[in-house]
Structures are given as structure tokens and as C-alpha cells.
Design a protein around this ligand. Structure first.
Ligand SMILES: [Mg+2]
Length: 549
């Protein structure tokens, strides 16, 4: 099989580069943001910038000028599309030949610096380690053309089985070979179908079906330059795929391949890698060390720990967990706020919890063919409980319901924290999974730990946890009151999270299908029952106060 791939906006991802370059060159400034960005985003995309510039005086000139700068002098602000290098590795492992074919002028339009665009592109690929030969590509496999016609005739000459491009016009060019299968890489497409895909993850799936352990070996070998002996998939945790890796040297690692980040700006790998390094720098050793994080491959390699799962939670486990949080609270106080962003689902005010509940509710409610049992539950019991609990929280919330918690009272929330994300080791418990790490209200962590469906705590353990958390965060005089009035609201969030399996195209369903084929209906019933049970617990609690009291 011979696979041809376009370069700009297919392999090279300029999504952030257009806005950064427009600002750096003075073609646009921050004051233009609102007019340029159609969805109110902080970084407008290429098409938004193009449309805006073309609507201005002298817009054609400005747009051409900007493109020349982005593809030349400012190419370092671009990155490789997530999944593209994984694709090259998969091709190389399977012996499929890849060529890169780009229609690119020698110099950018109106570029006074005369930066040679083709050399800039090659240099960029070199810097991203694409031309070393590890992925089966060298500079000899890359072709540049002055016209689209020449590009298409080369596709025919190479006899490509597939050609992947972000522009439909390339496929429509006269002379495009009939026997080459067209794959349109279209990030914005609303009509995703067999051969029109909006991420490299989907292109990988189309051509290679699933990622094999030998692919993961290649990810590890390309980074460590050492031979892998075996790779074994461990049952997936959350949305990531986790592997046990043994090297020929006998060294073992955990490898983690994160979910498709193309249209998800949560930066899971980056957050987790940074959090792990941060813990170890500050002497918190109850988390796995990170060995390597490869941004282009979206793959992290962690220290292997001889461990066993925690099946029955003991009081000592709870104490270990609170000690971990205590050290984190101390470090948080000494960490500059700018060093980390917010935790992924941070709630810094009552209003933010309310917004999260409403957002999740809307997402569920807009599903086509909403299950009648679910609809009845949402419309009646859930809505009634939500209105009461929200009213109560607003009434007793310390301070303004919508004003954000001050920075001094926030702490670095490990997020998704608990014994579902922990192992017992010879040297005590080790916690993992910090993809959502960041600043947050410690009340959120306190409630999430009590409410997480992956853990069952006894009444005594709930009390122990709550008491210790109140002690740790006692310097914050409103912590206890916030905890009392937030518990039910976070509980309502968890009622809805449990129902994610009903959301159309939900990742939960896809993950579930991977492991337990053909039984989504059963899973739906099970999740609805769990959600109802949790709601009943919240209503009981609403009447009689926190379970921890
Ligand atoms: Mg292109």
C-alpha cells in the first residue's frame, strides 16, 4: 500500500499559529478578538481569521501576507496534528510506504524577509523528529510543487492507494487518479462520513482498525532507543488505554495512551506529566514517577510499581489519603498561582456548580430518542430535587453564590482522586491519574471523594474523611459551611455523570463497547438504577444533614 499525505493543515497543525502570528506581525491585535472569533473563543481559528480579514479593506493582501508569515518565519508556533505521527509509525510497522506531497510556493506572498517556505517546512519536520527515519520517512519522500496540477500528477505517478488532504479542491483537480481513495481531513466538517474525517485518530481507525501492542512498542522504542520485549494491554482506565511494558533489559514501565486531543483542549497528558513532576519535586512520593511524556504521540511512560488493587478499603487507607491531601494543601500554599491552570471541572463558586449541573442536564436531555424511563426520572424526581437543593444552597451559601473563591483558599486538586485510582504497594499507597489536576475549591475534592461511584466507604470512613478534611482546611473559616451546602449539588452532578451512557456518541458508550460488546441496554438500566439510588441518598441527606455529621 502506498499512502500520500498533504502537509499544511493536514500534518502540520497551524490552528494556534494563525492567531499568534497575526498578533506578532501586527496584522491584527487583541482588540480584534471579539470581531474575529465567532464562538467567543480566546484563540480564533484559521477560517475565522480568513473570513474577518477578507471582509476588511485590503483584506486579500493581508490574508496572503499572514499565510506567508505563518508558513515561513512563524512556523515554530505550529505543531504536528495529534495522531499524525502515530499514523506514520503504524504505517512503518506494517510496511506501508508514505510520501508527503505539498503544494507550496518557494516564498510567501509579500514576504519582505524572503523566508524560503519549503526549507522552513522541512526544518520544522526535522525538529519534530519526523525525518530521522524512525517513522520510515526521510526528506527524499517529501515533494513540493508550484501548482496543484503537478501535485495531482505526482499522486498518479506514485500510484497512491490513498491520499489524505484537508482541501476538497485537490480531489477535484482534473487528473486526480480514479484508483486513489480520497480521504478528506476536515476538522470543521458537519458531515463526517466514511472518507471525511475530523481527526487523525479516526483516520488511524479507518486504515488500521485498532492500535496493536506492537504499535505501542514502537512508541516506546522511538523515545527510549531501547528494545521492547512485551507489551500487554491492561483494562482501560477512564478514557485512556494503559499498557504494561517490559523491555529486553528487564526494566518495566506503565505506558498510557491518552484519548484523542484533536478537539479537546484539556491537555490531559501535559497536565498529568506536570503534576507528577511537581509531586516528586516536592517530595511527595506516593505517586508514580513519569519517565517520558511524548506530546506528539500523546503517550506517557510511567514507573512500574509492584502493586495490588485496593479491593477493601480500610481506615488506614483513608488516613493515607488524607495525609496525601494534607501535603498537597501545604504545597499549594507555597505555589505561585500562575504555575497551574484550573482543574478540568473546577468549581470556584456555587454558580459554577449550578452551571455544571445544568450543562450536564442539557447534554442528556438533547439526546435523540431519549429513553422514556430516563426522561421520566429527569423531568420529575431529578428536577424537583434539584430545585429544592439549589434553593437551599443559595439560601445558606457563605457570601455571594456567584462570587469566586479567593486564590488563597483554592488548592491544587488532584481531581478524580480516590482508591479507584490507587494501588497498594510495598511502600504504601500510590495514587495515579492526574489528567485533570489544577486549582479548585477543596470542598469539591471533599465531596467528590465521598460521592465517587467507584468507591464504597462505610459511614465511619466517611466521617473520618470529612473530619480530617475539615481539620486540614480549618484555616478557611467558610470551608465547613460551603461543604454543608455544596454536598447535595455535587451529588446531583454525580447523578448525571452516572447517566453519561445515555448521551449520544458518548465516549462512555464507546469505551464500554470495547470491553463488553452488545450489552449497552443492560448498562443503561444499571446506570439509571445507580443514579436513582444516589438521588434517594441525597434527598435523605437533604432532610437530615450531611452523612458525615
Ligand atoms: Mg493542506
Amino acid at each position: 500500500m502506498i499512502i500520500g499525505i498533504d502537509l499544511d493543515n493536514t500534518i502540520i497543525d497551524y490552528r494556534n499559529a494563525f492567531w499568534v502570528t497575526a498578533l506578532k506581525t501586527g496584522i491584527l491585535n487583541e482588540n480584534n478578538l471579539e470581531a474575529v472569533s465567532e464562538g467567543g473563543k480566546s484563540v480564533p481559528n484559521k477560517n475565522e481569521i480568513k473570513n474577518y480579514l477578507l471582509s476588511c479593506d485590503n483584506g486579500d493582501y493581508q490574508w496572503e501576507l499572514l499565510q506567508g508569515q505563518v508558513y515561513g518565519q512563524y512556523i515554530d508556533h505550529a505543531q504536528i496534528f495529534p495522531g499524525a505521527i502515530n499514523f506514520l509509525i503504524h504505517c512503518h510497522r506494517r510496511g506501508e510506504k508514505v510520501y508527503i506531497l505539498s503544494h507550496k510556493t518557494e516564498y510567501g506572498h509579500h514576504d519582505k524577509s524572503k523566508t524560503p517556505l519549503r526549507a522552513a517546512a522541512l526544518n520544522f519536520l526535522e525538529q519534530n523528529s519526523i525525518l530521522q527515519g524512525d517513522f520510515g520517512i526521510t526528506s527524499e519522500d517529501i515533494f513540493f510543487f508550484d501548482t496543484c496540477e503537478e501535485k495531482v500528477s505526482k499522486i498518479a505517478e506514485l500510484n497512491c492507494s490513498y491520499f489524505i488532504d484537508d482541501l476538497q479542491v485537490v480531489f477535484e483537480e482534473p487528473g486526480f487518479p480514479d484508483n486513489t481513495i480520497k480521504i478528506l481531513f476536515d476538522l470543521q466538517s458537519k458531515n463526517l462520513s466514511g472518507n471525511c474525517l475530523n481527526s487523525w485518530y479516526k483516520i488511524n481507525e479507518l486504515l488500521f482498525n485498532d492500535i496493536k501492542p506492537t504499535d505501542v512498542s514502537a512508541y516506546v522504542e522511538s523515545g527510549l532507543k531501547e528494545d521492547v520485549k512485551t507489551v500487554k494491554k491492561i483494562r482501560g482506565r477512564g478514557n485512556s488505554r494503559v499498557y504494561k511494558i517490559e523491555m529486553k533489559s528487564g526494566q518495566k514501565y506503565i505506558g498510557k495512551l491518552y484519548p484523542d486531543p484533536t478537539n479537546d483542549d484539556r491537555k490531559r497528558l501535559e497536565k498529568e506529566a506536570k503534576a507528577c513532576r511537581f509531586f516528586h519535586t516536592h517530595g511527595i512520593n506516593s505517586v508514580s514517577k513519569i519517565i517520558r511524556s511524548d506530546h506528539n504521540l500523546n503517550f506517557g511512560l510511567y514507573e512500574w510499581i509492584k502493586e495490588s488493587e485496593i479491593n477493601e478499603i480500610t481506615n488506614d487507607n483513608i488516613i493515607d489519603a488524607t495525609l496525601f491531601i494534607k501535603s498537597l494543601a501545604i504545597i499549594s500554599n507555597n505555589t505561585p498561582y500562575e504555575e497551574f491552570g484550573l482543574a478540568s471541572a473546577a468549581c470556584l463558586s456555587g454558580q459554577m456548580i449550578e452551571d455544571q449541573i445544568r450543562g450536564r442536564y442539557r447534554k442528556l436531555n438533547k439526546s435523540e430518542n431519549l429513553d422514556p424511563a430516563l426522561k421520566g426520572f429527569l423531568d420529575k424526581q431529578f428536577t424537583l430535587a434539584f430545585e429544592k437543593m439549589l434553593g437551599n444552597s443559595k439560601k445558606f451559601w457563605p457570601g455571594d453564590f456567584d462570587s469566586q473563591l479567593s486564590k488563597e483558599k483554592q488548592f491544587l486538586n488532584p481531581s478524580d482522586f480516590g482508591f479507584h485510582n490507587a494501588f497498594q504497594t510495598e511502600n504504601g499507597i500510590k495514587f495515579f491519574d492526574f489528567e485533570y489536576f489544577g486549582w479548585d475549591d477543596p470542598v469539591k475534592l471533599t465531596c467528590d471523594f465521598l460521592l465517587h461511584p467507584g468507591m464504597t466507604l462505610t459511614d465511619g470512613q466517611q466521617k473520618l474523611w470529612s473530619k480530617r478534611m475539615k481539620d486540614i482546611f480549618s484555616p478557611d473559616p467558610s470551608f465547613k459551611q460551603r461543604l454543608d451546602v455544596s454536598y447535595c449539588l455535587y451529588g446531583l452532578c454525580w447523578c448525571l455523570i452516572q447517566l453519561n451512557v445515555f448521551v449520544d456518541n458518548a465516549q462512555e458508550v464507546k469505551n464500554y463497547l470495547v470491553f463488553e460488546k452488545n450489552n449497552v441496554e443492560h448498562k443503561k438500566n444499571e446506570q439509571l438504577a445507580k443514579s436513582k439510588k444516589l438521588l434517594a441518598h441525597l434527598i435523605e441527606n437533604y432532610k437530615h444533614g450531611l452523612p458525615s455529621e
